[in-house]
Design a protein around this ligand. Structure first.
Ligand SMILES: [Zn+2]
Length: 378
């Protein structure tokens, strides 16, 4: 689980390095190794600097997302780039468009900034000469500026390729969403993304000395685009179902004084991932299945449910959609939402209810595709 290391916290957002990040230092040092230890150090330092630019790119996405009220969990840097984890998705095409553009925009600003500093320190002649002799002579100070400018230009350009889930793909999907409904827009963007992924592979196979990162990124794009399509479909189906239709009053519930032993018995007969904790008909919190199991192991059967109960539970109205409920669940500490009407607690929605609703909706769709004799209707 703990596969990454926190290196900084900016504006309340943790920036983490994935353990595989050590590869980056090696890959950065490699081309400069011909100039010995000094070259290797220079290369590794440049790799670190470039990844700092990638972290700033992700911060660009994150801060605009937060501006729209979307919580950001953290930013993780891996050898193939950075990922900012947003706890919710953008609500409008404009939000998605601006969040996606914010990352590459940071790199454009950085490129201009480094070009300006380089020009001031080295003069136009110095920078041009450094660009020409780059990698052919021992590393020098001018190389730093040339490398940082070209890295940021490349980062902006590469990320703007229309390959969902990359930034350019999100820009494309957001733009299409002004015309088409979200799922349709995602499907079109995913087709474009897969064409771009195929081009990556073709370029890598045909052009000598292309980076082995290219087919790797092609794979990430290929499967990432598929995941976006599935997600868009889930969003559409869940937005057609109301929270009140799936929150059942018959789900097993606990009281704060329920012992862990009693709770374990309930766990054995109910597959729910989260249970409501009630007192006198009032919801006082929820408890996670895994927390009950863990507490029963450490405290024994005589501990109480109240010890592992989470009091903060997002609430939804019975007439809200399951899509709204899911959105709130993702923002909360526990993946559950309480359905409340006029202060009365009606039931809890968990991942299980969402999965069941999806399954039923899918079945209904396949039933609709058959005629009264059970034959497939084209
Ligand atoms: Zn980005």
């Amino acid at each position: 689980m703990k596969s990454s290391l926190r290196v900084a916290t900016v504006a309340g957002i943790d920036i983490k390095l994935h353990f595989s990040f050590v590869l980056v230092l090696g890959l950065g040092a490699w081309p400069w190794l011909v100039w010995g230890a000094r070259g290797a150090l220079f290369g590794a330092g440049m790799a670190l600097a470039i990844f700092a630019c990638i972290a700033l790119h992700e911060l660009g996405h994150s801060l605009v997302a937060r501006l729209y009220g979307i919580p950001v969990t953290d930013i993780t840097l891996t050898p193939i780039g950075g990922v900012a984890i947003l706890r919710d998705r953008p609500k409008t095409p404009t939000q998605e468009l601006l969040i996606a553009l914010a990352g590459p925009a940071v790199n454009v600003v950085l490129a201009a900034l480094f070009a300006g500093v380089g020009l001031l320190l080295e003069g136009p002649g110095g920078l041009e000469a450094a660009g020409r002799t780059l990698m052919r002579e021992a590393p020098q100070a001018e190389h730093i500026w040339v490398l940082l400018v070209s890295a940021n230009v490349m980062l902006a350009a590469f990320n703007m390729l229309p390959a969902l889930p990359m930034d350019g793909g999100r820009v494309l999907r957001a733009t299409l969403s002004y015309v088409f409904e979200p799922e349709r827009a995602t499907r079109i963007a995913a087709v474009v993304a897969r064409v771009v992924a195929a081009l990556f592979i073709a370029v890598w196979a045909l052009v000598p000395n292309m980076s082995p990162m290219l087919p790797l990124i092609a794979l990430v794009v290929f499967f990432g685009a598929g995941a976006e399509v599935r997600e868009a479909k889930v969003n559409r189906v869940l937005s057609m179902i109301r929270a009140g239709d799936v929150a059942t009053p018959y789900a097993p519930r606990f009281e704060p004084g329920t012992t862990l032993g009693q709770a374990l018995q309930t766990l054995m007969v109910s597959p729910l991932p989260v249970f409501a904790v009630e007192l006198g008909g009032r919801l006082v919190g929820v408890v996670r299945r895994e927390d009950v199991l863990q507490a029963a192991m450490s405290k024994g059967a005589w501990g109480f449910v109240s010890a592992v109960m989470v009091r903060e539970v997002p609430t939804v109205d019975p007439f809200d959609t399951l899509d709204d409920a899911r959105s709130k669940m993702q923002r909360g500490e526990v993946r559950a939402a309480a359905v409340m009407r006029g202060g009365v607690f009606l039931g809890v929605i968990t991942e299980l209810e969402l999965a069941q609703a999806m399954e039923v909706a899918e079945q209904l769709k396949s039933v609709q595709r058959r005629d009264s004799l059970g034959r497939e209707v084209p």
